[in-house]
Design a protein around this ligand. Sequence first.
Ligand SMILES: C[S@@+](CC[C@H](N)C(=O)[O-])C[C@H]1O[C@@H](n2cnc3c(N)ncnc32)[C@H](O)[C@@H]1O
Length: 232
Amino acid sequence: MQLNNSKSRAALDVARGDRRWSLSLGDCRTLLARLPDASIDAIITDPPYGMNYVSWTGQRVKNDGAPFVWWLGEVDRLLKDDGCLFCFTIQQVQEDWRRAISWAGLKIQSQIIWDKCVHGSGDCKRQFGPQHELAWFATKKGYGFPGKRPTTVIRHSRVHAVQRLHPTEKPVDLMKNIVESITEADDVVLDPFAGSGSTGVACVELGRRFIGCELVEEYVNVARTRLRKAKP
Ligand SMILES: C[S@@+](CC[C@H](N)C(=O)[O-])C[C@H]1O[C@@H](n2cnc3c(N)ncnc32)[C@H](O)[C@@H]1O
């Protein structure tokens, strides 16, 4: 799917400081290729992990058949010299993501555990109830935490299944915790896989600028509605 020029212009306006947020409909690889070098402070994202996820209502995530790592080739170019990447993943494919992020030229600094406080389903006879997801935190050379050092376990309840606007929606409070601990006010945050827009809402509420992209029109509409309602 092609992004039209006016959509990528909005993203450029955010990078320049003329807008607070933009959300483009389309393939993130097209948007990323149009963003200028060293225009992004942090990439905070929840990509298709590559695990053929199916929700309890039968919904799937696009491009989730194998780890969708192809966008990572642009991250070193897009991030400022003191930039960072926070990328969710899951245990089954964590090594694929670690290798791809390192190959993209960033230094893996930490693995983060998101404790969802309650466990999900799976094989009840043989598997521990899955209660966490993972993330890789990676940086360019000049990065340093803006405030207090965060720790590797983050506890936040997941969004209850009946309240979800997206099959793999991340809670805004979780995203605010991450945005606040790794970025500063007015930083430019990019989420190439915005889904229902939780990263963007967290950014707007915390006074960060936000550039997002999402392939599915239904989610773009949901995310834009949430972003318009978000209060700094
Ligand atoms: C794991 S979900 C993100 C959910 C999001 N964190 C939220 O809180 O709603 C990944 C999203 O990436 C989108 N996606 C898949 N391939 C894409 C691509 N090439 N470009 C942009 N978005 C894509 C999917 O449609 C899906 O909504």
